[in-house]
Ligand binder design. Structure first.
Ligand SMILES: NC(=O)c1ccc[n+]([C@@H]2O[C@H](COP(=O)([O-])OP(=O)(O)OC[C@H]3O[C@@H](n4cnc5c(N)ncnc54)[C@H](OP(=O)(O)O)[C@@H]3O)[C@@H](O)[C@H]2O)c1
Length: 276
């Protein structure tokens, strides 16, 4: 089968999932415009991957100047695919967060991908193109300790679904790609320890990248949720949220303990902790 060689803009290329996606796409012969704020990480990555036509853009994509630089670079690069892999996260109870936390998480995880799609749309609409917004299963299952992150990803899910429908009569396909916990620097040590204690499975970024590449090759549209049973919980949560409420209630003491930085194992099964 002949592989269509894409010209891919990857935001968050210097991150764990972006790095793995970059490497997997480069092996398949696609040409890449790698974006992030950390130029040394991007340069190391460019030197590691196969192919000669790759380019770099160092920019903060929450800023207007960064978006302008992205447009210029993507236009010169003649991009036909956008993969939004940038993101930030923080394990925190809402009561312990402040307005700056909300601003940082919403502007990076929601406003930036929205503005990036808007900025690149005039280029992408010139030819058959693909947009992939990397969301999270937490965009469809609200969880304690992740209120701001869940809000940002739920917003990204709604945005991506609406955009897909808005572009249904064009040659731009739109995919919302939602991993579960993945082993990258996005997750603090506390978050990793909490996931382990909760029995949440964690995927490797390489496996996540493989799934994303497959979805691209198959020209998937709509939503792709990774992992079992998380992908089932997404459906149950949509239909029977009370069932998920009950299940997540059992996890609440552990989540609160990790959010409060007291990570020792519970003393008794019935122990209850309140947010102070
Ligand atoms: N890891 C998980 O458990 C998990 C699970 C589900 C979904 N996801 C989603 O997958 C995506 C990738 O996550 P990851 O695990 O690879 O995270 P990561 O390793 O922390 O990487 C995050 C990336 O975002 C970039 N970034 C952050 N703020 C930026 C800004 N203002 N402008 C430009 N780039 C910015 C970072 O670039 P610089 O460092 O160069 O600034 C970095 O490349 C995110 O959307 C995340 O929400 C992750």
């Amino acid at each position: 089968m002949k592989i269509h060689r894409r010209r891919v803009v990857i935001t968050g290329a210097s991150g764990g999932i972006g790095n793995a996606v970059t490497k997997a796409l480069a092996v398949q012969g696609h040409e890449l415009l790698l974006c992030g704020r950390n130029s040394s990480k991007l340069n190391v990555l460019k030197d590691e991957i196969e192919g000669n036509g790759h380019q770099l853009l160092t920019a903060d994509l929450t800023a207007t100047a960064g978006l302008k630089a992205l447009f210029n670079a993507a236009q010169a690069f003649e991009a036909d695919t956008l993969i939004n892999c940038l993101g930030v996260n923080q394990l925190q109870l809402l009561a312990a967060s402040n307005a700056a936390d909300s601003e940082r998480i919403i502007s990076t995880n929601l406003l930036a991908p929205m503005n990036i799609c808007r900025t690149l749309l005039p280029l992408l609409q010139l030819k058959p193109s693909t947009i992939v917004n990397v969301g999270s299963v937490l965009g469809s299952i609200g969880c304690a300790g992740s209120t701001l992150y869940c809000a940002s990803k739920a917003g990204l899910h709604g945005f991506t679904e609406a955009l897909r429908r808005e572009l249904a009569d064009t040659s731009v396909t739109v995919l919302y790609f939602a991993p579960r916990a993945t082993d990258t620097e996005l997750n603090s040590q506390e978050m990793q320890d909490m996931n382990q204690q909760l029995g949440n499975k964690t995927d490797s970024p390489e496996w996540v990248a493989e799934q994303l590449c497959q979805a691209l090759a198959q020209r998937r549209q709509g939503d792709v949720y990774l992992g079992w049973p998380e992908s089932l919980f997404v459906r149950i949560n949509a239909l029977l949220p009370n069932v998920v409420d009950k299940s997540l209630l059992k996890q609440l003491p552990i989540i609160k303990r990790f959010c409060q930085g007291t990570t020792s194992a519970p003393q008794t099964a019935g122990e209850h902790h309140e947010v102070s």
